[in-house]
Ligand binder design. Sequence first.
Ligand SMILES: [Zn+2]
Length: 103
Amino acid sequence: MENKQHQEDFFFFQPASEEHLKREKKKARELRRSQWWKNQLAKGTCNYCNGREKPGDLTMDHVVPIVRGGRTSRSNVVPCCKRCNTAKQNMVPSEWLEYVLKN
Ligand SMILES: [Zn+2]
């Protein structure tokens, strides 16, 4: 059930306002400096492919992208390797979901 809800959130499209983008990007910059985020990076694991990465090679990814109305919150940001991050940016959400489920 929880997983299904997650998928619905993922596909829910909300055009994000300029204001929303600005606010959430600012929050992301702040969150990146937090101890909580440093702890996430210290685990050294990509959330999507479970690959082992050096903390410096992990990036912050918004599960629901900010441009789709996603927020910068602890439940919506995950550590992600550069390979997955690049792949995610080039895919539409349904393709990305397929990619994640395969891994
Ligand atoms: Zn990865």
